[in-house]
Ligand binder design. Sequence first.
Ligand code: ATP
Length: 234
Amino acid sequence: MLRIHDLWASYGPILALQGVSLEVPEGSITAILGANGAGKSTTLRTISGLLKPSRGVIEYEGRRIDRSSAESIVEMGILQVLEGRQLFTEMTVLENLKLGAYTRSDRGSISADMDRMFELFPILKERISQQAGLLSGGEQQQLAIARALMARPRLLLLDEPSLGLAPLVTRAIYGVVQQINAEGVTILLVEQNVNLALDVASYGYVIETGRIAVEDEAGKLRENETVRKSYLGY
Ligand code: ATP
């Protein structure tokens, strides 16, 4: 579904990606793992068009998107849930969800999808009229994912959904991630919690200083010596 070849990207003089290549098969959960500053978020930002790569190719369903605008990439069905969530904090839960659907032309099914979000994330129904900025971290993460889902993505890019959250909340969020994947949404997941990522992903890439250092099926990555020593601590 998504193929990245020899991707390079910089922030001014800082070289963040130095030839990243990876693939995300349709229907999969694929993980990008790595330490702070390795280039995980940057990889997602180049896919969603927020950062233009200096070199390399990004293909989505056989079509080059590395020169497309962020808006047209959303319209093609790629949605990113940013690290830090980027909600409209002054607006209510309901308003945030409605804004998630702004690119859709099938307005008729929006309210059914809204109900579906409240089924997946019951806490959002309880907080429907609350300002997003007043939600807890876990609730904000759920709202950010629900808002992205309101756009009916085909490929969801998740940046550190477990960041700063308690284990129970994290588990609940990952339960939903697996559920939406089972319903057909392909997922590219960035996660520092390597154990968690390898539990849900089928394949993973480890990125180190802007390059893919190791890649393999999730089960094999867990046994990989470098991964164990550097990221699992045993
Ligand atoms: P983290 O988990 O800490 O977010 P990451 O793997 O997602 O790490 P990136 O955010 O992709 O890492 O950062 C890759 C490199 O680019 C780092 O050296 C970082 O300092 C740099 N960088 C990231 N964003 C910017 C920015 N807006 N301006 C300048 N440098 C940046």
